[in-house]
Design a protein around this ligand. Structure first.
Ligand code: GLU
Length: 503
């Protein structure tokens, strides 16, 4: 039996968790959980200017929210810590010592200006574009003395000159070949003694015993460099799996231009974590090519790198909305009500005490809302009319539904009929209003829309009869009365396009 896999998600905390990063984290997590392996979170905070503790906390919060629990990492600990790169300096020093002892690293004193001049010449000649290895052949004693004198230098990898092409078998992309002409004596440690990205990542992956490196293919060109470092250290090379980028609908790499890109922004708009995980998992992986809705459990049970696509995935917010809406509708009324409450509270519509006083009312409301929203942030606008003392009549809705003579007399008749209704339930309300339309010999829709606009302010609302039931008989009557009064007054609400008509 091969040892159980160890994978890692290694974000740089230079911003919040990006949608692309979240997908990488989901695949690593699902891979580890499927195989009974270990999922490590490592924070690559080596960029001192852009890495912040706040971003690290936000990334961890987003992962927790998505349900991506990690087995080793910040706050959890583990046998291969610390899990912040800034705390691993000693590990990098020791690794460089190992390479020095093995004769696999050398100091390079070429200044940035010299290097730039070399690059220009190489470009002009059209030959090998990398470092020309001047310092590789320096006399070791001379190099030693220059270091002792404090001359600035970097440490480079001494790549075997006969190394040839670098070939590896990517678990997603198949065989990948990098030609030897691209193999450079790369910098491992900078003049200020800090490790380069490629050095730190390789040392961390090697010392943390990472077996599979699953990451975005923006790192593909780093992989040959990292393979050379593994070889110089004599460490086993992990399996690499490079995930294709996520594109916006215009075929360009997903960015802020395409809308929200951080997990947090989706959370704030009222997407459910289950829905987001489901959707992001589908950006490059499929369960069977058909199934769209699946739980985290199913993902864990079935995830494999074999089913990860090599093609770029297109981020389609409409599909995400559809998936989110599906999850919202599947919730029980009380679950949905509890999820909706923070949104209603933030909008200043209600309080948790009100929920505690009349939970049944909220549980009746919940499925009506769930059927109509794709995101929880859409809920307040839909239910606002139930909570406000006064509502605004939308001028365009007034024009559509209340201005004809038929509509106005229908509304007046509806007020009388509804006021004398004995049982205030959606079914009885419907029977009452349909009967009324028949008596008046008008289309039922004329009655319904007139009442709808008078009571909710808009032609678009929750289902009418249920809305009236939830609003209550007295408040319904009061709103119809106020609407009629407004229509009869000199001031026509339909004219108030620039100033919504409030009452
Ligand atoms: N820290 C790198 C990033 O955020 C990831 C490094 C890796 O996965 O190898 O892009």
């Amino acid at each position: 039996m091969p040892p159980s896999p160890r994978v890692r998600f290694a974000p740089s905390p230079t911003g919040h968790l990006h949608i692309g990063g979240a997908r990488t984290a989901i695949y690593n997590w699902a891979f580890a959980r499927h195989q009974g392996g270990t999922f490590v979170l490592r924070i690559e905070d080596t960029d001192p200017e852009r890495s912040t503790r706040e971003n690290t906390d936000a990334i961890i919060r987003a992962m927790e929210w998505l349900g991506l629990d990690f087995d080793e990492g910040p706050g959890v600990g583990g046998p291969y810590g610390p899990y912040f790169q800034t705390q691993r300096t000693q590990t990098y020093v020791e690794a460089l010592d190992r390479l020095k002892r093995a004769g696999a690293a050398y100091p390079c004193f070429c200044t940035p200006e010299v290097l730039e001049a070399k690059r220009t010449t190489a470009r002009e000649r059209g030959g090998f574009a990398g470092y020309d290895r001047t310092c590789r052949t320096l006399d070791p004693d001379e190099a030693h003395q220059r270091i002792a004198r404090g001359e600035p230098h970097v440490w480079r990898l001494k790549v075997p000159l006969d190394r040839g092409d670098i070939v590896f078998n990517d678990a997603v992309r198949g065989e990948v070949v990098f030609q030897s002409s691209q193999v450079d004596d790369l910098v491992l440690v900078r003049t200020d003694s800090t490790p380069t990205y490629n050095f730190a990542v390789t040392i961390d992956d090697a010392t943390m015993r990472i077996s599979h490196v699953i990451r975005g293919d923006d790192h593909l060109s780093n992989t040959p460099k990292q393979i050379l470092i593994y070889e110089a250290l004599g460490e086993p090379i992990p399996t690499f799996a490079h995930l294709s980028m996520i594109w916006g609908p215009d075929g360009k790499r997903l960015s802020k231009r395409h809308g929200a890109t951080s997990v947090e922004a989706y959370r704030e708009q009222g997407y459910l974590p289950e829905a987001l995980v489901n959707y992001l998992a589908l950006l490059g992986w499929s369960l069977d090519g058909e199934t769209t809705i699946f739980s985290r459990e199913v993902l864990k049970e079935h995830f494999s790198l074999e089913r990860v696509s090599r093609n770029p995935a297109i981020f389609d917010v409409e599909k995400l909305d559809w998936i989110n809406g599906t999850y919202l509708r599947e919730m029980s009324p009380s679950d949905f009500a509890q999820h909706m409450m923070p949104w209603l509270q933030d909008a200043g519509l209600t309080t948790i005490d009100d929920y505690a006083t009349r939970p049944d009312w909220y549980h009746t409301l919940a499925p009506r809302v769930a059927e109509r929203v794709k995101r929880l942030c859409d809920a307040p606008a839909l239910v606002e009319f139930l909570f406000r003392d006064t509502i605004e009549l939308e001028p365009s809705s007034v024009s559509k539904a209340l201005l004809s003579g038929d509509a106005r007399s229908a509304l007046r008749a509806a007020q009388a009929a509804l006021t004398s209704l004995e049982v205030w339930r959606s079914q009885e309300i419907e029977t009452c209003l349909r009967g009324l339309a028949e008596r008046l010999a008008v289309k039922p829709k004329i009655v319904f829309q007139a009442v709808r606009v008078a009571v909710t302010g808009s032609v678009v609302s929750l289902p009418l009869f249920e809305s009236l039931e939830l609003l209550g008989q007295d408040r319904t009557a009061e709103r119809i009365r106020a609407a009629l009064e407004a229509l009869d007054s000199d001031r026509n609400p339909a004219d108030a396009a620039s100033e919504p008509y409030a009452r």
